[in-house]
Design a protein around this ligand. Sequence first.
Ligand code: GRF
Length: 205
Amino acid sequence: MKINLAVFISGRGSNLQSIIDSISRGELPLDLKIVISDNREAYGLKRARKAGIEARYVNPGAHDSEKGYEQQILTLLKEREIKIVALAGFMRLLSPYFLEQFSGEVMNIHPSLLPAFRGLHAQKQALEYGVKVSGCTVHFVDEGMDTGPIILQESVPVYDDDDEDSLAARILKKEHQIYPQALKLYATGRLQKKGRRVKILPEKK
Ligand code: GRF
């Protein structure tokens, strides 16, 4: 039996698409049961529906508290026996309550080489800082913003004539590779967490 996955998005959903494509090519042994968005207009919801995947807009404005909102999401996850959540451009920070209540794992992708340039506009931060190399990181989610244990990273060069868009596009190509890879490592039982360090176990023969 495959492990059930949920993807949370807020916008474009290109990382979601890379996960959908990798599952449909038979490369990622996960069952993508539901895509959840906090934004009704998220293009990623269309991508999910096109692929025949349940796509739900969960309205944060419909709840008095963050806890109520997260409770609605937790119920959706429980009903679908979700074991792994992949945040893919989801613009909200999950609360300690959510992380405590959800019994599975939560991963995120961030467009910088963490721990550099956490938070919003990571590519712009990297350019303004003047780094010569940037990249992307897939990590487990903890209570901080972009602070959890690192699973995979990939680097890209930063060129003198880069602007935010050109750097973001170069990084995004790598994101589309490493997110499905990290999820596959999880799905095949090859990730071992020890404190902050995530060991990648050899492939099982
Ligand atoms: C990506 O750059 C991701 O790293 C960041 O938000 C962006 C989402 O893009 N967390 P998309 O919606 O997957 O196209």
